[in-house]
Write a protein that binds this ligand. Sequence first.
Ligand SMILES: NC(N)=O
Length: 663
Amino acid sequence: MPTKCEDITNLFNFPQYAGKCSFFEHGGSTALPQGLGWFILVGLGAIFALVPTFLIWFERRYGNTSKDSENFSTAGRSIKAGLTACDIVAKWTWAATLLQSSNVAFKFGISGPFWYAAGATVQVLLFAILAVEIKRKAPTIHTFLEIIRCRWGTTAHVIFTVYGFLTNIIVTAMLILGGAAVMEALSGVSVYAASFLIPAGVVIYTAVGGLKGTVVAEWLNVCVIYIAMLIFMFQVYATHKDLGSIATVYMRLRVVEIRHPVHNNMGGSYVTMFSKSGIIFGIINIIGNFGTVFVDQSYWQGAIAAKPSATYRGYLLGGLCWFAIPFTFATTMGLGARALDLPVSDMEAKRGLVPPALAVHLMGKGGAFLMTLQLFMAMTATACAEQMAVATIVAYDIYKPYINRNADGRSMILLQRIMVVIYAIISGVVSVILLKLNVSLDWVYLFMGIVIGSAVFPIAASLTWSKCSSTAACVSAVVTTPLAIMTWLITAAKLNDGKLNLDTTGQQYPMLAGNLVALFFSMILCIILSYIFPQEFDWAELRNIPVIESDPNSDPNTFDGEDSPEALNHVICFTWATGGSLTVLLLILWPILALPAKVFSQNYFTQWAQPDGLRSTIPKRYYSSLNQSCPMFPVHVPVLRCGTPPALLSTGCDCCTARMSCR
Ligand SMILES: NC(N)=O
């Protein structure tokens, strides 16, 4: 194993990577000219801001849309299922969805994308239950905190408002941390400038259009995200000369595992679900994402904006559509980068630079541009939803109840617009602070559940469990957060001889311990305290939460037909059953059924990595040329004869295909 950078060679003899310890060398030339980086941030930001702004203007001018404050904060509670699903996909696709998922694929192999995708899909599927409950029990709300205030009073309201803001700031900071790092690596644009320009791009249409503005913009963002993902996927698995087929990716991964085995994976392999680190990441991921869905106003806002009958359809469909993004993208970019033995350093991977590295290798400047554009779309879609969420909380949970009880619709809209701008600035400042502290995307992603995980159960119970009391909700959240932080720090100190820094606190075991305590201790405490200090809440009280302006076209109390309360009473059982079954399928059945495959054969890997679209598109001749068997690899492995790993030579495979030439 080489110890000095100069001694490093690329396993597949790509000369450009000889002697390199990192892909994006500091001070080296960037894939894109800096001017293009600025154009993406400012120019594209402006173009993508103008399109939704125009559409909103058009709808107001020629449609029959009300301009009142209810419409601004709730999009008239009239969004249909397709757009609701699109809204979910857009705001749940963070920079981390592309970058962190690829990081765990690069580190842990195929289990990384699976645990990332499954571990962050189930929350959306289960949130469908709360989405229906909102319409059944509290159809007039604007924020989830209004339910808390109505049920549990001011103290609880203040406590959970703090958790709400913490969630918004953590999610926004992660967006900007990942996005700014990629912008800098690919174009040389300053991370600090990017930190302010990324949230600035969406301020215009969020402030002009309110919630409807964000929803209109999101379909555009989602289109670009999927198209870019498909282009990368076809490059890696179908067309590129260095990879270009599932079999080649598989073979190369099997070769790479000899030089870079995955610690704690079966056989050190990248193609197995027997991955201890993968499962630990999965548990942390599940807990953290319960926090960022259930405690984030923007997901409640999506449900509030939906027509009653669109809630469960939109969330179930949105969750399933979203699953495809991290699963496919990371299985493509993370494994692709590994399969080429790209010299991405550990720190670069933690900052989210695995996909940009592969994009540059595959398509040069074009790949860098496509990656930047895709990421920009992911960031802006979530940034506008977070800005709107914060603005709505400030207006409906601080200004109206505590500062001006008689606030009218005009002043509420004005305040929300001002808050959109202020929050864009605050999020830039927070990101700059985190960048100065050298905090990586990976660290924040694993850490998020420790801070907000304790609020998940009480918030979910606020709409599903009538006996959960204010004392239980407040005490369980407030006691558990410091306990989770202590557990995390003590575990890090114990495992590292008392040394506490970003490296030691970012390790898996301390993060796992803190996350587990945050979610489960708070849940157990909340249940016990609710039996000791019970409350019997009458759900009918939630129907008294007032609207500010009453619009006869979208009065939340007068929905009928499939949107009526009676129809929703039937739907709730279906939603529990579907959300629950899909959760069991994704988190238990699927991974268990993959275990007998141990280290995947090439055929198994092909089924795993190969969506139907790709299967039908890859020319048959690739299969026929690659599916001849060989003792260890059921395909021809040119690198065995011409290349390096001596261990593989003993397998007796000495065949070269024309597709993989020795350099
Ligand atoms: N939205 C997530 N967790 O990527």
